[in-house]
Design a protein. Sequence first.
Length: 209
Amino acid sequence: MMLELRTIGVDYDGKPFLRGINLAVERGERVSLVGPSGSGKSTLLRVIAGIELPSTGVVFIDGNDVTSTPPHLRQVGMVFQDNQLFPHLRVGDNVGYSLRIARRHDRAEVVDEMLNLVGLAGFAQRAVTSLSGGEQKRVAVARSLAANPTVLLLDEPLTGLDEALHDRLLDDLIDLFDRRGTTVIHVTHDIAEAHRLSSRVIEISELVS
């Protein structure tokens, strides 16, 4: 099992927010979580990424208990709704940020490979602020894939795009994940998007034991 959540609970200000969340995801599987705003979908992604610690329960990745492991040691990539790119860095430096922190000597080659994968070959020296919304989302995906994550988390990554761009980028992501065999957990309000991207679509309320 690539990812397993066992009885995950999250409290805010001493009050339970999520309780008894159980989820198992196979290697290479793509799963979409859907549900209303405030139901805890994004919170669950942050628990998987290590950004937020659960009040109860255990997170396993590739068979290892990572519940207390810091985010940078989990091999989990995350694409946020607002991309969270560094506006003062060029495209290539954004994509290779995690590689620089890890002192990877091959980061220029990896950056070029990732930009090719997302259809942005030759963009490494461009300013992030000069890119369109769709291009920025591609850069965010490339940055998350650069560290070769075990699991990729997508938190409503296509929000804010017009319909034509949304559909084109969604098709490109599906093709990319198919080719790489990426294990993906995807959060969205868009049921049609969820069914196109993933083989399994789960209402978050169904995860409660």
